[in-house]
Design a protein around this ligand. Structure first.
Ligand SMILES: [Zn+2]
Length: 400
């Protein structure tokens, strides 16, 4: 079972001004020096040297601090054996993440338990993907070994009944889940059909060593998501020997299929992330300003928490160390996962009148040692450390 720590260091100021720092503009994907004012839970003003009234609460920021939309982690686990002793407050909210998405730890037979004891107590800060496997990941592996109890209809009905909580249908497709490749493909067909019946939800597919990549990619449509996209195993690599995107991968990206990092304990290979980002740039997929295929996520669970995934800020720092700009890295944990979840623009654009849901990051330039899923080690010298979040009208100090 997951645990939920109480939120401490929370206040509810009527008017709050972040002063002296910088603000990320998600639409323009740039960071500018300015103040930001919140009133009654909504963004009330942005600009240089905002005036302060006597009753306003003021937070003085350092000139390097950045105010961004609240961080989103698209791939986490807080239920069943993978979520054992995981704490969405300590491991998510206190890491600057105001929205976490459990990636299919529960399915139609277990979702109600997860919802009742965990999701409902998280005030909208933890939502879920529903696994096509009835018990989700309750048995750790083998969830699509037999499809006897899988139900497209009931999975879709549950998603329809919980539109604010269930946003995506999840499936893992590889040799540790399926008795045969054929059964795995059938399970993916069921996931796609359940998503369609639920009103056209996206499907997230986990790939691993031995997954039938070409068949899987060819079944995916715009907004479907491949997680662990940049892993490197002998039989799971989206790149060819020349580090180019395989033709069926390029074709999927051109259709609008998204890529999720999903670090976990097996999903992040430093060299393949680097090569994969290069291949995507080379394929000129980034020229379309309205479509970015990347979401940076942790795949945080009880086996990846201590090492190597650690936290969303750690994974973001790894992406920056491999050449992603900090602006793109911020977009990959704010705008792009919000779009993958089909949340309204107001979740990430930070316009006047939008509900305030924010994270403040200290820009730290000290040296950080990293390790990936394949024991590669390297250093980075940029990290975004969360210091404050503002969510559900509460100002929560992380560092205090
Ligand atoms: Zn996962």
């Amino acid at each position: 079972m997951a645990i939920i720590s109480p939120i401490t260091n929370a206040t509810t100021p009527t008017t709050l001004i972040f002063k002296g720092g910088r603000v990320y503009d998600a639409k323009a994907n740039k960071i500018e020096t300015m103040d930001l004012k919140i009133q009654n839970g909504k963004i009330a003003a942005k600009g240089k040297n905002l005036e302060v009234a006597r009753t306003d609460t003021v937070r003085m920021l350092n000139e390097n601090d950045i105010v961004t939309p609240g961080g989103i982690d698209l791939h986490t686990h807080y239920f069943g054996c993978w979520g054992n002793k995981m704490d969405p407050i300590a491991h998510g909210l206190y890491k600057g993440v105001t929205l976490q998405v459990d990636a299919g730890s529960s399915g139609m037979s277990t979702f109600e338990d997860f919802n009742k004891y965990t999701l409902k107590n998280m005030n909208g800060m933890l939502i879920a993907m529903l696994n096509i496997s009835p018990a989700g990941l309750a048995q750790q592996t083998g969830e699509n070994w037999f499809l006897t109890n899988h139900s497209v209809q009931k999975t879709a009905e549950l998603a329809i009944a919980n539109p604010d909580t269930i946003k995506i249908i999840k499936i893992r497709n590889g040799p540790t889940q399926n008795a045969t490749e054929e059964i795995g493909i059938r399970a993916l067909e069921m996931a796609k059909e359940a998503a369609r019946l639920a009103g056209g939800l996206p499907v997230m597919v986990h790939i691993e060593d031995g997954s039938p990549l070409e068949k899987i990619f060819n079944m995916l449509d715009a907004d479907d998501i491949v997680t662990h996209a940049f892993r490197k195993n002998p039989n799971c690599n989206i790149l060819d020997e020349g580090n180019r995107l395989k033709p069926f991968v390029l074709s999927a990206l051109q259709r609008g299929v998204r890529f999720d990092i999903g670090h976990g304990y097996g999903g992040f290979d430093k060299d393949n992330v680097l090569a994969g980002m290069g291949a995507i740039v080379a394929a000129e997929l980034l020229s379309n300003a309205n479509y970015r295929p990347f979401t940076t996520s942790t795949d945080l669970h009880c086996f990846s928490l201590e090492t190597p995934a650690k936290s969303l800020p750690d994974v973001v720092a790894k992406m920056i160390s491999l050449g992603m700009t900090k602006e793109d890295a911020i977009a990959s944990i704010t705008r792009y996962p919000a779009e993958a979840l089909r949340l309204p623009e107001s979740r990430w654009r930070m316009d006047i009148g939008d509900e305030a849901n924010l994270t403040v990051w200290e820009h730290d330039f000290s040296v950080h040692p990293f390790v990936d899923s394949n024991q590669n080690q390297w250093n980075g010298n940029e990290m975004l450390n969360p210091t404050v979040v503002y969510v559900n009208k509460q100002l929560i100090d992380i560092a205090a």
